[in-house]
Write a protein that binds this ligand. Structure first.
Ligand SMILES: C[S@@+](CC[C@H](N)C(=O)[O-])C[C@H]1O[C@@H](n2cnc3c(N)ncnc32)[C@H](O)[C@@H]1O
Length: 448
């Protein structure tokens, strides 16, 4: 078959499966799975293999719904729902083969109190239990979740408890669950964004439980191993371990991680029927890398407001408090606590200033927008010796979104949406492997 015929035959079989996208923000998952909407495609941009048939996004803290509006405008098919997910009935969610979501990382935990030990739901408003409710009702073949890597060790008082509950409850619903902390830059993408990706795959009783080798799954057979290859330094207890998470969710909530300084979960792992294998892995990638310089607009196209006024930069040797250099440089100073009046020594390490453009960018945070000096916003040096912040288009490029995707909101909101979003290229890679697996499953069970 010629390459053209192959492409045509592949296109005819699309989409491979239907997706429901929760906590959709401005649509990072959808872009990675479905590809750009037609209007946004450049020549050579291929559609993705999945089709999002229903999505949900609701911002609890504001009346205006910028992320929802942006998503609904870009993907104009009317399947986007703007309601608190906790209020959505599962009857309104269509059947699907893949459930995805980057659920918000809140500081309240997913623990299940004893008084709800026999209830199906956990605490109201704790968004993990909303995902769980939908998984239980719809039982999609695959799940892909994304979150901050802190999830592996939260909360501080019981390291890894929240993650243990998530894994155990997914396992109880019949999922083989794998996870990996992925730094997008280590796979050739232009941002050093480190996030945990959690993949669930529904398995039946016959799934090779006797022959299952969790360590091998993590580095060679699993979805993540195939999508974003990795290797593992060979196995001391520090590098790999396996254990079982026992007990009802409320028991896991009470006991898991108690008294431990470190989480038992390493940066990669898999759980099958409550047995966990976890190992420390490193990226196995020797392709080209992307640098911050690759996303920069020509200076002539950067509006004046992104250039930092010299008086806000601060003196190199002794920058005044509140200036860029003061905030970025290391410090060790006596401070007084406002409430108690006690003095203490405040120390903080330095951050590179300006941000180097010959490596991948640091993680975009939600506070990246606005002209106020900040320790965490990116600031780069220009060819004529000035300093400037990154524009919304450059932030979109760092996440792999099309240029001007979030146009129409204030620049601060655009930056906020990009700080909340994800690196599309990572989802794209994982989505391709999931599509291959679903195709293989359908072929193995005719009629599915
Ligand atoms: C981490 S962001 C996900 C961003 C998304 N992956 C993207 O590419 O833009 C989480 C999103 O969940 C939304 N959210 C928070 N609480 C929600 C709720 N109760 N129901 C629905 N969406 C909610 C937030 O507004 C936010 O946009």
């Amino acid at each position: 078959m010629t390459a053209r015929a192959k492409r045509a035959s592949k296109a005819a079989q699309l989409p491979v499966g239907d997706v429901v996208e929760l906590f959709a923000g401005v649509g990072g998952f959808r872009l990675g799975l479905e590809g750009k909407p037609e209007f946004w495609r450049a020549p050579g941009d291929e559609p993705g293999q999945w089709r999002v048939t229903w999505s949900n996004q609701w911002e609890p803290s504001t009346k205006t719904q910028h992320a929802f509006d942006c998503y609904a405008e870009r993907f104009e098919d009317g399947t986007h729902c703007n309601e608190d997910i906790a209020q959505v009935s599962v009857d309104d969610i269509p059947e699907h083969q893949l459930l995805v979501g980057g659920f918000p990382c809140q500081d309240y935990s997913v623990a299940k109190p004893l008084n709800q030990a026999h209830g199906i739901q956990g605490r109201k408003g704790v968004l993990w239990w909303e995902i769980h409710r939908i998984l239980e009702a719809k039982q999609p073949q695959f799940v892909m979740l994304e979150n901050v890597d802190r999830l592996l060790k939260s909360p501080g008082s019981q390291r890894g408890r929240d993650f243990a509950i998530i894994l155990a409850t997914m396992s109880d619903l019949g999922y083989l669950v794998e996870w990996r902390v992925i730094n997008a830059a280590e796979y050739g993408l232009p941002q050093r964004r480190r996030r945990v990706f959690i993949i669930g795959r529904k398995v039946d009783k016959a799934f090779a439980s006797a022959g299952f080798d969790g360590f091998d799954w993590i580095t060679s057979q699993g979805v993540l191993a195939r999508a974003v290859p990795c290797t593992s330094p060979n196995g001391t207890a520090e590098h790999e371990r396996d254990f079982v998470i026992e007990g009802e969710p409320h028991e896991v909530s009470e006991h898991f991680g108690a008294g431990r300084k470190l989480s038992q979960f390493l940066n990669a792992g898999v759980m099958l029927r409550r047995e966990v294998w976890t190992r420390k892995v490193v990226a196995d990638y020797d392709g080209p890398l992307s640098l911050l310089s690759s996303v920069l607009l020509p200076e002539s196209e950067v509006p004046d407001e992104y250039f930092i006024a010299p008086e806000r930069l601060g003196d190199i040797d002794s920058p005044k408090p509140g200036t860029w250099r003061y905030l970025k440089f290391s410090k060790s100073e006596q401070r007084t606590h406002k409430g108690s009046g006690t003095t203490y020594l405040y120390t903080e390490g330095g951050l590179p200033f300006p941000d180097p453009i010959d490596r991948a960018a640091r993680t975009i945070l939600t506070g990246e927008g606005g002209t106020a000096p900040s320790r965490f916003k990116h600031a780069i040096a220009t060819s004529d010796g000035r300093f400037r912040r990154l524009t919304p288009v450059e932030l979109e490029r760092l996440n792999g979104f099309p240029d001007n995707w979030t146009e129409g909101m204030s620049d601060g909101k655009r930056a906020f949406c990009m700080g909340n979003a994800l690196v599309v290229g990572v989802v794209e890679r994982i989505g391709r492997v999931l599509a291959d697996d679903l195709t293989a499953m359908k072929a193995a069970v005719p009629g599915k």
